[in-house]
Write a protein of this length. Structure first.
Length: 391
């Protein structure tokens, strides 16, 4: 019973930190993305649908703007939405504890993993903003928990619901769509019959299809094309790899190819994707230098924004992230090999994804729980060795 009291205490502490930030911040939007999510919610409430504007009806996934619209419909303001997000944020602490316990069967180590999430400055900070980071991190953590507990189950039908959760994550952020390949590879590595592998893969893909299909049908009706998640992929790729790309946000200083003038949203998305891939192949040195810069930005222990790098909060981020990196590196050698591979699935996926797309510590947020879980393995191993020496 005491261990659950500790867990509740950690969750309460995490809630206190998140509520404190939510109440401290002003009502102003700090990111352009926040303005767009807010506008989509307002358009939905006005009866125009989940769109940024009539010219861009499918540029953003719908889940988070729909959540905002729901909050606004109940009369909640920006501060109240942030407080609600703080309450939702403690779900990640609970999920982290149970994922860690299912993996390690060690309550104390699982409490350490939960505590890391509770005090993670990036999870606290970005979770208090009008951004998708909080929701996306929680959905991915829930997805990984379901994948782990169902890997050893005899029933294959649960993988349909895992596909549903995967689809829900895609409707929050389209970056998760390619993760289905990672999960299919994970299923293929299991020591089960070939028939069961095929059934699980089919159930997973069917669940994903069923979750994305209504949004894709809506997009087909609105745009005339089957857009499964978003039409922003081409622009994002161009910003990350095209002429003038810096590895970070720079689209306002870049000029799109003239051929895109007058194109529909889906046609522009397809054209920019093809154009950027061709440009990338023709300029390999440029692509390589950008990849290195994006990896630096993605894994940076410090915030990338120069104006904040000397702020006291940033120094806290530097210390915390450095400890987690060191602990997770040691944890890779301490955790069972299969566990390490499982926890590295999202880490490797998002790390590789942002070799091609923009690099930012913000985009590293969803994989921090798995690094923190590996770090709990590492620190627990050090503690056990220290205790043996003392004995």
């Amino acid at each position: 019973m005491a261990r659950y009291q500790w867990l509740l205490g950690i969750m309460a502490f995490g809630l206190f930190l998140r509520l404190s930030l939510a109440l401290f911040l002003s009502e102003h939007f700090l990111f352009p993305d926040s303005v767009e999510y807010h506008q989509m919610a307002m358009n939905f409430l006005a009866g125009h649908g989940l769109m940024s504007s009539p010219e861009f009806p499918a540029v953003r996934p719908p889940l988070y703007p729909f959540f905002l619209a729901l909050c606004y419909s109940f009369g909640l303001g920006i501060i109240e939405v942030r407080c609600l997000q703080a309450l939702i944020g403690i779900l990640g602490i609970w999920l982290q504890y149970w994922l860690s316990f299912k993996i390690s069967q060690k309550h104390t180590m699982s409490l350490v993993a939960a505590f890391f999430i509770a005090i993670d400055p990036l999870l606290i900070g970005f979770g208090g903003l009008i951004l998708t980071e909080l929701f996306f991190t929680q959905i991915l953590l829930g997805l990984m928990y379901l994948v782990y507990i169902n890997t050893k189950q005899h029933s294959s039908g649960q993988w349909y619901f895992i596909g549903i959760v995967l689809g829900l994550g895609c409707l929050c952020r389209d970056a998760l769509l390619g993760f289905v390949v990672w999960l299919i590879l994970w299923i293929g590595m299991q020591q089960i019959s070939y028939t069961k592998k095929i059934i699980r893969m089919c159930c997973l893909c069917l669940g994903l299809f069923c979750m994305l299909c209504p949004w894709a049908m809506r997009n087909q009706y609105v745009t005339g094309s089957w857009v499964w998640v978003t039409t922003k992929g081409g622009v994002n790729l161009y910003e990350a790899l095209g002429p003038g790309a810096t590895g970070g946000p720079n689209i306002l200083n870049m000029t799109l190819p003239k051929e895109t003038d007058g194109m529909s949203e889906p046609a522009k998305d397809r054209y920019l994707t093809r154009w950027t891939i061709q440009y990338m192949l023709e300029h390999p040195a440029h692509t390589l230098s950008l990849a290195i810069e994006k990896l630096r930005r993605f894994w940076n222990v410090s915030l990338n924004y120069p104006a904040l790098q000397n702020h006291a909060v940033n120094w806290g981020i530097v210390v915390f992230t450095t400890l987690i990196y060191l602990g997770s590196l040691w944890g890779i050698f301490c955790a069972p090999r299969r566990v390490t591979l499982f926890l590295l699935l999202p880490v490797l996926y998002f790390g590789l994804l942002h070799v091609f797309f923009l690099g930012s510590v913000r985009y590293r947020m969803p994989i921090m729980p798995y690094l923190e879980l590996l770090a709990s393995f590492g620190f627990w191993n050090i503690f056990c060795k220290f205790r043996k020496v003392q004995a």
